[in-house]
Design a protein around this ligand. Structure first.
Ligand code: IPD
Ligand code: CA
Ligand code: CA
Length: 275
């Protein structure tokens, strides 16, 4: 790769190479460390994947910034920052549940959920599918263009994905919202990898997704893929999705889902948890 390759091509190549690495290393995955709680784990393959991504970026995109889950921030000299989740769905990865992947995004501007513009992103998942998107250029599953087909189902027939945090008191608060939501929709899925969940909303494998407490590397590539496929991805007020909450749904269903989530207590979740 050379600096003249597009951000989309670089993102695809990065995600593919790291995706191959983690799929090949899956059988020997071992916990290398824990983070916010004893169930918030890092495997040696998270570290190896992040190392590979950073090495390639140093060769292919010198001067770009890096915001990666498992390493120090690198400030951008070019205006582009790479937002990296070396394995999204690490618990699935450890257990061998085939719903995990590598998420890579290039953003311009401030590398924060409120300051960035999502330029390009790619996600290589457990099954070897490469999901990708570039701003204004659409979303793709491998070579095939992804566009939301048909009207969204009504809320009561919406298959809704969500996720939970590693801290038990936060999960408890999230559980209360999920308990209130489960009777409002077709059913709820907790698949275990936020970035991949966003790809599945883009593909229509689930109808909608919301989650509290996501980090920039969970959001960046998947949000762009979902948005470029025609979904609305936003926070509770319709502004940028961020750590407080992300809601992804068809534009014609988004506000109704948001209102149901607000009724379920989703607007002030961490306050409700005493934080
Ligand atoms: C986690 C996954 C999970 C979500 C958590 C994330 P990780 O990322 O995306 O689905 O519920 O909030 O932290 O730790 O596997 O990279
Ligand atoms: Ca993640
Ligand atoms: Ca991760």
């Amino acid at each position: 790769m050379t600096p003249s390759d597009s951000l989309l091509d670089v993102a695809r190549r990065l995600a593919s190479e790291a995706g191959d690495l983690i799929r090949e290393g899956r059988a020997s995955a071992q916990v290398a460390a824990t983070k916010s709680s004893s169930v918030d784990i890092v495997t040696q393959m998270d570290l190896a994947s992040e190392r590979l991504l950073r090495d390639r970026l140093a060769q292919w995109r010198p001067g770009d910034g890096i915001l990666g889950e498992e390493g120090d921030d690198v400030e951008s000299e070019t205006g582009i920052t790479w937002v990296l989740d070396p394995i999204d769905g690490t618990v699935n990865y450890l257990y061998g549940i085939p719903h995990y992947g590598v998420s890579v995004a290039a953003v311009s501007g401030e590398p924060t959920t409120h300051g960035w513009t999502l330029e390009a992103g790619a996600i290589s998942d457990a099954t070897g599918v490469l999901w990708s998107a570039a701003r204004g250029q659409g979303a793709f599953r491998d070579g095939e263009s992804l566009t939301r087909a048909g009207d969204a189902p009504p809320l009561e027939r919406t298959l809704l994905a969500t996720g939970f945090q590693y801290l038990a008191e936060r999960r408890e608060a999230q559980g209360r919202v999920a308990a209130a939501m489960v009777s409002r929709v077709r059913d709820i899925r907790r698949l275990g990898a936020g970035a991949i969940d966003l790809c599945h909303v883009a593909a229509g494998t689930v109808d909608a997704y919301y989650e509290h407490g996501l980090q920039p590397w969970d959001i960046a590539a998947g949000a762009l893929i979902a948005r470029e496929a025609g979904l609305m991805v936003a926070g509770i007020d319709g502004g940028p999705a961020d750590e407080s909450v992300l809601i992804a749904a068809a534009p014609e269903r988004w506000h109704e889902l948001r209102d149901a989530l607000v009724e379920a207590g989703a607007a002030h979740l961490w306050d409700a948890a005493g934080r």
